[in-house]
Write a protein that binds this ligand. Structure first.
Ligand code: KDG
Ligand code: MG
Length: 406
């Protein structure tokens, strides 16, 4: 079975997605998600110009060898663009091989290890009261885990609580237009506010569910340690991305100050980004998703290392990872021993016109289907109706006008 063609589909059904389509000489089609929010066309260029020509004619059954060829064969390797591109190839090859054998990908990865995947949605509000209400509504729907974010008083904007045409939780839907939106940041106001928010959620709704919060890379290590300590009474499931993620040693300081569980890695893309964090037991959850982490093959390796150190999975699952990438996350979660939780933010309605996943989400529990491959159909005619829209993610400034991490 050889790869006969490699094509890239770029579409914007509610938001931008980049999808690699591989077709074999016997007509089997496999898909892989390569969406990097706000930098989509850089991945398209990497795929079209540099990877697709290498793929045509290759043996589609040699998934590991192709991965090594693309990774070791790239002298300028790693980074989100390269690793999302390699990931798309890897996902598409697993999809092809599952379809060729008539089995779901999870069967090829070792088989089912659990009956469902615990997921968490986003609960947001402009006030603490509105956020508690949003959280209560999700718990009423049957969710057992929720992430809460609320507007920080005194700031014009807060990460995670934008109001947009797709609803309140659209922080990750970049603004269409020529320049990034500018958000406002003040660490003091944030640190004063978050313990009050989390306390209100526990006081009003109790402790019978997993509670998560995302700091989105904005604190220093000592600030993060202090926040973790302040949140200890509220038994968080995790505190996410407290500090800028490129500094692994920051977690030594954070860990020394708090027992609140820590999650990191949604912007990571290789096992090397986790080496210190995992082997020194500095984190509790690996946030790297299939789409940005070199594919199913590479994420499985990272999670195998994590398992040795008692670290569990918690894959990134915002709406800027397509349903193909979400399905790939789910197949991995279905088979590994150290699954923790899966983020499932949800999609704009239009996305469903293009991507038809067969996984099912019921009462916050995600189940993969027995459809061959990854189990996601892509309607290419529908995709053509929604062309790419140039969009940036926001940037972040402190109140004195200087730049801060977004
Ligand atoms: O594109 C950026 C988003 O995916 C990111 O901001 C979402 O932090 C995020 C999360 O935890 O879902
Ligand atoms: Mg996050």
């Amino acid at each position: 079975m050889k790869i006969a063609s490699a094509d890239v589909i770029v579409c914007s059904p509610g938001r931008n997605f980049v999808t690699l389509k591989l077709t074999t000489d016997d007509g089997i089609v496999g898909y892989g998600d390569a969406t990097v929010n706000g930098r989509e066309l850089a991945v398209v260029g990497y795929l079209r110009e540099h990877l697709c020509p290498l793929l045509v004619g290759r043996d589609a059954t040699r998934i590991n060898d192709t991965w090594q060829y693309l990774y070791r064969g790239a002298y300028w390797r790693r980074g989100p663009i390269t690793m999302a591109s390699i990931s798309a190839v890897d996902q598409a090859l697993w999809d092809v091989n599952g379809k060729a054998l008539g089995v779901p990908v999870y069967r090829l990865l070792g088989g089912q290890a659990r009956d469902y995947l615990l997921t968490y949605p986003h609960c947001v509000g402009q006030t603490v009261e509105a956020t508690v209400e949003a959280a209560a509504a999700k718990l009423d729907e049957g969710y057992q885990a929720i992430r809460v974010q609320a507007a920080v008083p005194g700031l014009a904007t807060t990460y995670g609580v934008h109001v947009s045409k797709h609803g309140e939780d659209a922080a990750y839907e970049p603004a269409a237009g020529s320049l990034p939106e500018e958000e406002e940041w003040d660490t003091g106001r944030y640190l004063d506010f978050v313990p009050k928010l989390i306390k209100a959620v526990r006081d009003e709704l109790g402790y019978g569910f997993a509670l998560l919060h995302d700091s989105h890379h904005r604190l220093t290590p000592i600030e993060a340690g202090g926040l973790g300590k302040a949140l200890e009474p509220y038994r968080m499931f995790w505190l996410e991305d407290t500090t800028p993620a490129e500094d692994q040693t920051a977690f030594r300081t954070i860990r020394a100050h708090t027992t609140t569980p820590l999650a990191v890695g949604e912007v990571f893309n290789t096992v090397w980004d986790f080496q210190t964090l995992i082997t020194e037991r500095l984190i509790d959850y690996v946030r790297m998703p299939v789409t940005h982490g070199g594919g199913i093959s590479h994420l499985m390796r990272v999670l195998a290392l994590a398992d040795v150190y008692g670290v569990r999975s918690g894959a990134h699952g915002p709406s800027d990872i397509s349903p193909v990438g979400m399905a790939a996350n789910a197949h991995v979660g279905w088979v590994i021993p150290n699954f923790g939780i899966q983020e499932f933010m949800g999609y704009p309605e239009l996305t469903g016109e293009v991507f038809k996943p067969s996984y099912e989400l019921t009462n916050g529990l995600l189940r993969v289907s027995d459809a061959p491959g990854l189990g996601v159909e892509v309607d290419e005619e529908a995709a053509a109706r929604y062309p790419y829209v140039a969009r940036y993610l926001p940037v972040n400034r402190r109140q004195d006008g200087s730049m801060h991490d977004w």
